[in-house]
Design a protein around this ligand. Structure first.
Ligand code: ADP
Length: 159
């Protein structure tokens, strides 16, 4: 059984993430989408909201499981028995950060391999930050996120 973990902030989950999840689910027997804390980012949605959104968005993918972690990704990968960490690459700007992260993870555990999938055509510009900015300034985000994300924005905006 080949298991992979796909960690991220998912603040919120986008169609760019969904594209990576769908493709990873065809490469591995099980994909754990892992909603993680990113100490460098203050999230808009709480961890619980992000997990709930990702679960709703992935409910039709049978070999995808959603988990949350406050631990290091490598530790979480070991705990669930994943031997690969999946990350997405959009542009050269992602490369430096992702390359450094992959090296740090390799330093912690050489048996866990980082696998990069490049953004599909037309999806490379989608990021959680762009979605939040679009939403704030009234640009339509429906084509860019799973349908459930809209309801979470509406709920948050009423708070
Ligand atoms: P993090 O805070 O860990 O970077 P993100 O939720 O922003 O979490 O992203 C998780 C992963 O998904 C990262 O590897 C990121 O490069 C990748 N990713 C995000 N958006 C896209 C996209 N549109 N296409 C491909 N990969 C993406």
């Amino acid at each position: 059984m080949r298991k992979a973990i796909y960690p991220g902030s998912f603040d919120p989950i986008t169609n760019g993430h969904m594209d990576i999840i769908g493709r990873a689910s065809r490469l591995f027997d099980t994909v754990y989408v892992c909603v993680a804390q990113n100490l460098n980012k203050v999230p808009y949605f709480t961890l619980e909201e992000r997990v709930a959104m990702v679960k709703e968005a992935c409910q039709e993918l049978p070999n995808v499981e959603v988990i949350a972690t406050e631990a290091l990704v490598v530790e979480t990968a070991r705990r669930v028995g994943a031997t690969a960490i999946v990350r997405g690459l959009r542009a050269v700007t992602d490369f430096e950060y992702e390359f450094q992260l992959a090296a740090a993870n390799e330093y912690m555990d050489k048996n866990i391999e980082t696998v990069f999938l490049t953004a599909s055509a037309g999806k490379g510009f989608i990021s959680s930050s762009t979605i939040k900015e679009f939403r704030r300034f009234g640009t339509e985000i429906r084509p860019l996120v799973p349908p459930c994300v809209i309801a979470y924005f509406e709920k948050k905006e009423r708070e």
